[in-house]
Design a protein around this ligand. Structure first.
Ligand code: ADE
Ligand code: ZN
Length: 338
C-alpha cells in the first residue's frame, strides 16, 4: 500500500449511496435459491458473475430485479444486510444510509413487514457488534406510476420510525422527478427527508426538478450537473451533497473510463461530493475500491481524500454534533497518516 492508499483506508467513512438489493453476491443468490427451491437461469455463481456486463442502466436493472427474486423472507433480508455490514467494516465505514426498494418485494407478494424487520434487525445488530450507525431509506421505483408509490408509502407508514428519508431510483430516462411531486409532498409532511437519483443517465434538468419539485436535500449520482456550469455553482454555494458512484458510472457506460469521471473536478469546484459503491458486486467494488480506483485514475491528493471523508459525514443525516465529532477525527487521522 502506498501512503495515499493507507490514508484512504484509515480515514473514517460514511456510505451514503448503497442499494441493499445491490449487495447480493452471486454466491448468496445461489444459496438463497437453493434454500427456497428456486430455479435460476445460470448454472452457477461464476456464470452469473460473468453476466455482469452492462450496456446501460436498464440492462443492469433487468438483472438486478431478477436477482432480487431470491429474497423471500425476513431471514434473507437480515442475512443480506448483515453480510454487507461485515464487508463495509473492513473498508473503514462507520456510518451507512442504505436504500431498499419496497416495490420490488411487495409486487411478489412479500409483506413489507418481513423486509423492514429483516433489514432493521441486522442494522441494529451491526450497530452493537461493529459500532456502525445507520439511517434507512426506502426508495420509490420511478418506472412505476405515482399511484403505486402512494400505495407503497401507505404501507411504509406503520414503520415510519425506522426511516429518515425516502428516495427515488430505477430507470431514469423518461421518468423525471416531477412525476412524483405529490407523493413526495406527503413524504415531507410525514417529517421525512427527500433524496433522489438524478443526473445519472438523465439530464441536468432532472437535478433541478428534484431540488425544486421534490425539495430533495441530497442528490444521488448528480454527475451530469457538469453539463450546466450555473448548476455546479449553485450546488457548491448551497452545499447540496452529491452521492456519486464512480465504478457504477463506468460499468453502466455513463463514462468510458474513470479518467473521464467528474469527481475531482467537482471537489475542486467546492461541491460536497462523495464517492460510494451503489451495487458493489455488480460494479466490481465496495467503498474502498471506489476510493482507490479514483485515487489511481484521477490522481487524487491527500486533500481530496480528506474532503471526501468529511463530505460523507457532513452530507449524512447524522445530528450536527455527531458530524462534528467525525470531522475532528478525520482531521486527526489526516494529519497522522500519509
Ligand atoms: N437501483 C439500483 N442501482 C441503481 C442505479 N444506479 N440507478 C438507479 N436505480 C438503481
Ligand atoms: Zn443508486
Amino acid at each position: 500500500m502506498n501512503p495515499l492508499e493507507r490514508l484512504a483506508s484509515a480515514l473514517p467513512k460514511a456510505e451514503l449511496h448503497l442499494h441493499l438489493e445491490g449487495t447480493l453476491e452471486p454466491e448468496m443468490t445461489f444459496h438463497l435459491a437453493r434454500k427456497h427451491g428456486a430455479k435460476l437461469r445460470f448454472p452457477n455463481a461464476t456464470a452469473l458473475r460473468q453476466a455482469y456486463q452492462f450496456k446501460n442502466l436498464q440492462s443492469f436493472l433487468d438483472l438486478y430485479y431478477e436477482g432480487a427474486g431470491v429474497l423471500r423472507d425476513q431471514e434473507d433480508f437480515h442475512v443480506l444486510t448483515a453480510a454487507y455490514l461485515e464487508r463495509a467494516v473492513k473498508d473503514g465505514v462507520w456510518h451507512v444510509e442504505p436504500f431498499f426498494d419496497p416495490q420490488t418485494h411487495t409486487a411478489r407478494g412479500i409483506q413489507i413487514k418481513e423486509v423492514v424487520e429483516g433489514i432493521v434487525g441486522a442494522l441494529k445488530e451491526g450497530e452493537k457488534k461493529h459500532g456502525i450507525t445507520w439511517r434507512l431509506i426506502p426508495c420509490f421505483l420511478r418506472h412505476l406510476d405515482e399511484a403505486d408509490a402512494r400505495k407503497t408509502f401507505d404501507g411504509l407508514l406503520p414503520f415510519r420510525e425506522h426511516f429518515t428519508a425516502v428516495g427515488l431510483d430505477s430507470s431514469e430516462q423518461g421518468n423525471p422527478p416531477s412525476k412524483f411531486e405529490r407523493v413526495f409532498a406527503r413524504v415531507r409532511e410525514a417529517g421525512l427527508h427527500v433524496v433522489a437519483h438524478a443526473g445519472e443517465e438523465g439530464p441536468a434538468a432532472y437535478i433541478r426538478d428534484a431540488l425544486e419539485k421534490l425539495k430533495a436535500v441530497r442528490i444521488d449520482h448528480g454527475v451530469r450537473c457538469v453539463e450546466d456550469p450555473e448548476m455546479v455553482k449553485e450546488l457548491a454555494r448551497k452545499q447540496i451533497p452529491l452521492t456519486t458512484c464512480p465504478l457504477s458510472n463506468v460499468r453502466l457506460g455513463v463514462y468510458a473510463g474513470l479518467k473521464e469521471h467528474p469527481l475531482k473536478k467537482l471537489l475542486d469546484a467546492g461541491v460536497s461530493v462523495t464517492a460510494n459503491s451503489d451495487d458493489p458486486p455488480y460494479f466490481g467494488g465496495y467503498l474502498l475500491e471506489n476510493w482507490t480506483a479514483c485515487l489511481r485514475e484521477l490522481n487524487l491528493e491527500a486533500k481530496h481524500l480528506i474532503q471526501l471523508a468529511k463530505n460523507s459525514f457532513s452530507g449524512s443525516f447524522l445530528p450536527e454534533k455527531e458530524k462534528g465529532k467525525w470531522i475532528e477525527k478525520i482531521n486527526r487521522v489526516g494529519s497522522s497518516v500519509g
